[in-house]
Write a new protein. Structure first.
Length: 268
């Protein structure tokens, strides 16, 4: 029997964790159509996640966001659409619903919080942040794939999103950082380990987020540096391969010319 590799063990552990928190998504052995639609929904998921973060920040500062109620219902309807579509497409519907129970909970409690928003304003804000974490965890597998497969442009984009998200989060939870612009600047200098100190968190939640950002920033910088190096190495190797191929083609052409010349001599 072939031994289980480290990557396979990590994937199994990751699967058990997502099953436990109710965010398993579509299993890899499901129908091709279900897997295809699961991938197609990743970009809308990212857009919904970013909207939830922006909405949560505005409301945490006691401000009204234009069309907030309409957009909140749109987010809830997106959860309903995603869950119904993927449930219809998967072959093991019971297993899918069991391993994605958190989506069902969100769908169940969403209308109550949205219809009677005033009494549940604090719960609704907390739920928005919880929804954001939910969606980002659903996208985590794709993010890890991008970061480990030398996709330089996509890796840089993930890094930018990472900084923007952290900037909005810190601006919403820490009183010392008042705007998302300041939060994004803080996240940038923290993730890059520069740390100017002109913006810094003072709350316990903000310091916890800062600690997490420091650890993730070191890893993200390492991955980005590795991807940049791999990009240039790959380009250099491609140019070398092209030169070698051109040399082989020239040699073959000379051999073909010699053979043709010899054949003409013999015929004459």
């Amino acid at each position: 029997m072939r031994p289980t590799t480290a990557n396979e063990l990590m994937a199994m552990s990751d699967k058990r964790f997502h099953d436990w928190i109710g965010l398993s998504g579509v299993d890899s052995d499901e129908t091709p159509l279900a897997l295809t639609w699961s991938r197609r929904l990743e970009l809308p998921l990212l857009i919904v996640a970013l909207w939830i973060l922006v909405s949560w920040y505005w409301e945490s500062r006691g401000r009204d966001f234009p069309l907030s109620n309409l957009l909140n219902w749109s987010v809830w309807l997106f959860f309903v659409f995603e869950t119904m579509l993927l449930t219809f497409l998967v072959k093991d519907k019971g297993n899918y619903l069991k391993n994605n129970w958190l989506n069902l909970l969100i769908i169940a409690v969403g209308p109550t919080l949205l219809l009677f928003g005033a009494p549940y304003a604090g719960v609704l804000r907390s739920l928005r942040l919880f929804l954001f974490v939910d969606l980002m965890l659903q996208l985590s597998a794709s993010v890890r794939y991008i970061l480990t497969r030398n996709h330089l442009g996509a890796t840089l984009l993930v890094g930018v999103l990472f900084v923007v998200i952290a900037g909005y989060l810190i601006a919403g939870i820490d009183p010392n950082i008042e705007t998302p612009e300041d939060g994004i600047w803080w996240a940038w200098v923290t993730a890059t380990t520069v740390g100017y100190g002109d913006e810094y968190p003072t709350s316990t939640e903000g310091r916890i987020l800062g600690g997490v950002l420091m650890m993730l920033g070191v890893g993200l910088l390492s991955i980005t540096t590795a991807n940049v190096s791999a990009f240039f190495i790959s380009n250099a190797k491609t140019e070398q391969d092209q030169r070698q191929l051109k040399s082989i083609e020239d040699k073959l052409q000379r051999i073909e010319n010699l053979l043709e010349k010899k054949s003409n001599t013999e015929n004459n």
